[in-house]
Each structure stands twice: as structure tokens, then as C-alpha cells.
Design a protein around this ligand. Sequence first.
Ligand SMILES: [Mg+2]
Length: 168
Amino acid sequence: MGFTFVPEYYFRTFNEASADFLCKIGVKGIVLDVDNTLEPYENPLPGEHVKTWLSELKERGISAAIVSNNGGERINLFNSELGLPVYYKAKKPFKKNVLNAMREMGTDKSNTVLMGDQVFTDVWAAHNTGIRAILVPPIKDKTDVFTRFKRLLEKPILKKYKKLNPLK
Ligand SMILES: [Mg+2]
């Protein structure tokens, strides 16, 4: 594994990581963040684009599971139509619930990837677990001081990613 906070892959939106791409990089299971990765905080349910992408993954034999630091009310409602394995209040960047999700999907470190919008939560959780990370920018960024500070810290990480992956 390379740098703790530098993702292996970076896409502008979750569904740019297509079923084709995931197959190509040997993924059999994807651990998903919800908030600002699949939908912004204010959308209680997954949109059509989320469902379409997930069914394309399923068709290709790729399992998915939700691992979110948000609470059960939000996450269970979001998952109500999806029926995915779900871990809420997951305490990312700790690896415990990422490992639980992998166990439930029946995948291992070599064929699981974690996708999220937060470097210090999602990318770090992936690397604590020993799996690859896909980073996407948050769908709707908050503008509070803390968030702006976090983005500032993330800048050199994305720069590093681009340096390591000049062709992506
Ligand atoms: Mg998030």
C-alpha cells in the first residue's frame, strides 16, 4: 500500500467508476460511503443513477455494502430499496466495520475497494483495512470553516495522486 491518505483511484462522480472499470481492476466487492458520495445529505433516498449503477455492478458479479459514519435512521432509510449489507455509525477511519462488510460480501483485501468523498475518513479507512481506495469529490461541499480547512489539507494529497498517476 502506498501513501496513507492518497487514494489509488480518483473519479469526479461515483458512477465514473463503472462496472467495466471495477472488473478490470479485479474488484469483487465495493464498500460504499453514502453522504456526499452517492447522494448529498439532504437526499433521504438513492436516486435512479445510484440504482442503475448498483444494478450494473450486480450484473457483473460485484457486491456492494454500505459503511457509513452516519446514524441508523438515515442509513436504513437510504438502504430500504437497495437491501445492501449495511454498517452505520461505522467509526471510519477504523477498519472494524469495513472488515465486517467484507466478511458479509465474502470478499478479501485483494478484491475489495472502498469508495468515499473524505480523505481523512474514507481513504484512511481503506488503507487501515489494507484495501484500495476510490476518492470522489463531495457532491455538495459545506462551506464552514472546518470543512474549508479540511479541503486545504486535502490539496497536497490530490497533487500527490496526480503526480503518481499522470495518465489517469
Ligand atoms: Mg461522505
